[in-house]
Design a protein around this ligand. Sequence first.
Ligand code: GLC
Length: 421
Amino acid sequence: MLQKDYKNQRSGLLDTRLGLFIHWGLYSINAWHEQEQYRNCLDRSEYTPLMNQFNPVNFNPEEWIDLAKNAGMQYLCFTVKHCDGFCMWDTAQTDYKITNTPYGEDILAKLAGTCARKNFPFCIYYSVPDMNCKYYPNRGRSYELPAPEDGDEPDVGEYVNFVKKQITELCTNYGKIHRFWWDVNKLSLNHHDESVNEQIRKLQPGIVINDRGFSEGDFSTPEREFAHNSKQAFGMYEYPTEACESIGHESWGYRRNEDYYSFGYITKSIDKHLVKGAKYLLNIGPKPDGTFPAEAIDILKKLGKWSRSTKEAFDKTECVSYLTDNQELLLTRKDNTIYVHVLNANRSGIILNPIDILPQKATILNNGKVLEAAVEFMPSLHDRKKSFLHIWNIPVDELSNEAIILKLEFDSLAKIRGTVK
Ligand code: GLC
């Protein structure tokens, strides 16, 4: 059962909020999509020869982690195997692996080792669908071949054994694994088996497992989900949650003609999920030579500035969006400070009705600017016949491409409805 201990989202085991998701494999070569084999309907003879070209000579895990750390990220989750079945480690269960490419070295060992040395928690993504393993029962469901190929021996039991052998390698030979991130059992195999997660937990005590595997897991994984103006945005997540999103709209793997999200979209998406107590994985698809695309580096650099200046609005705060009826705003709180997350900044002022006390100080975290605030009778809320806290002169055009967060420091919040519980 997923546990309703959302408070642990902030204070929990890893005490982390923002992580780097990496989708990397043979699919980076054609730079189209990480599910190239599935979405482009390629049989094995058409796709697998890519392994003879894979040679990421510029792969430098130190650089990856430094970029992530400078962006304010605190952990990394890496695709050791996507649905094409290609393994980024030196597995003994198949020849379809990184050590049989021109590159020849165990990428996972290098990356996990560097994470350990740099004290950067390491997590593993593993796809349940596997278009290369002869035991996987391909039937044309999501992320599968349309049918088994010649020589295949489809058998769910044998496939689960194969997965368990791979898990044993992954959870034994690569140091501490903080999280195990299954993908899409439900969309394809839909096979329930408690023993798989049990085995992971035995090999990696304390590991946290997501909800896309063979049994329920510990946290939920909303993906590409961002609606900044909905009521649903108000409360804390009921369950431990790690949201994920890629920096580009079309693909999670490297894509040459990618449609990159604006920095505003990315920061608003991160903000919305962190306010609600989730963790957040932002994904990048490295290029076939092992480096990050220039666009990704640019986003990470900007993110560093944004996350450093807004950090305090998430650290050890609680979500108190219910304090205002203004559905365009999300609120977090620490002691007598309220942080206002303005995700829909289409004008230079906000009304925090029904709050009607004045903060000692109002600042914009993004740039440190001090703002004007008053408790006043507002024309747009004339029918309420009351004055409310109004803050204006927010430079929304200047900050139009990032989530804006205001810091309101009050003497006391005792007079605000519902603050003292
Ligand atoms: C989507 C993509 C899949 C990717 C996953 C990451 O489900 O289809 O390829 O690995 O997102 O969450």
